[in-house]
Design a protein around this ligand. Structure first.
Ligand code: TMP
Length: 208
């Protein structure tokens, strides 16, 4: 039915917002499936371990981009497309825009080349709506440092990398205004959720 993706810099609150929206949709009687990237299939979860674990600290940017695309290909084929075909709303914690920003912009591989790679991997599947939770790189760092669990391989990149991610999401919003809705993540959880609900209503006609 509808494919909605949640994007943003680490610690932007997108996963919390995905859970809240899923709960709201289920309460409204809608059939929802939630997934996360990279992961969501046995292959994808194994790739997630390779990408985010500490064993491969220095990874070639193209190796990284290809691994994210490989996990995505499996998730689209095995999980996302069948769920959409059966009439479900699919909510994904990250999707193609993460690769456009992290690999295309922050790693410098180029948005067009990463788009082309991913079009092959997904068979051209694009979200109906992408919610980008904007948060400054410094605020993201501060939230990360306050967290109890350690930092993964991408999270432990220097602040300059995260600034490129922050700016990259603004750039994508300008490039794809019909698909991407930017939301200020530096508000309370309830305020952000209210914006999420209104974007779903305005852009997709979903009443919650
Ligand atoms: P998460 O922390 O939201 O689970 O995401 C895992 C990390 O992987 C996060 O730091 C962003 C990064 N990532 C990419 O660099 N490219 C991608 O295509 C995806 C899906 C995630």
């Amino acid at each position: 039915m509808f494919f909605i993706t949640f994007e943003g810099i680490d610690q932007s609150g997108k996963s919390t917002q995905l859970e809240l929206l899923a709960a709201g949709m289920e309460a409204a009687g809608l059939s929802v499936l939630s997934v996360r990237e990279p992961g969501g299939t046995p292959l994808g979860e194994a790739i997630r371990g390779l990408l985010l674990g500490p064993e491969h600290q220095v990874m070639d940017p193209w190796a990284e981009a290809l691994l994210y695309a490989a996990a995505r290909a499996q998730l689209v084929k095995d999980v996302i497309k069948p769920a959409l075909m059966s009439g479900k709303i699919v909510l994904s914690d990250r999707f193609i825009d993460s690769s456009l920003v992290y690999q295309g912009i922050a790693r410098g591989l180029g948005i067009e080349r990463i788009m082309e790679l991913n079009m092959g991997a997904t068979g051209g599947l694009m979200p109906d709506l992408t919610l980008v939770f904007h948060l400054g790189a410094e605020a993201s760092r501060a939230r990360l440092e306050g967290r109890e669990t350690g930092q993964d391989r991408i999270e432990s990149e220097p602040i300059e990398f995260h600034r490129m991610v922050e700016e990259g999401y603004h750039r994508l919003e300008e490039m794809y205004p019909a698909r991407i809705a930017g939301i200020n993540a530096a508000q309370t959880v309830e305020e952000v959720h209210a914006e999420v609900v209104s974007q779903c209503r305005e852009r997709l006609g979903i009443e919650l």
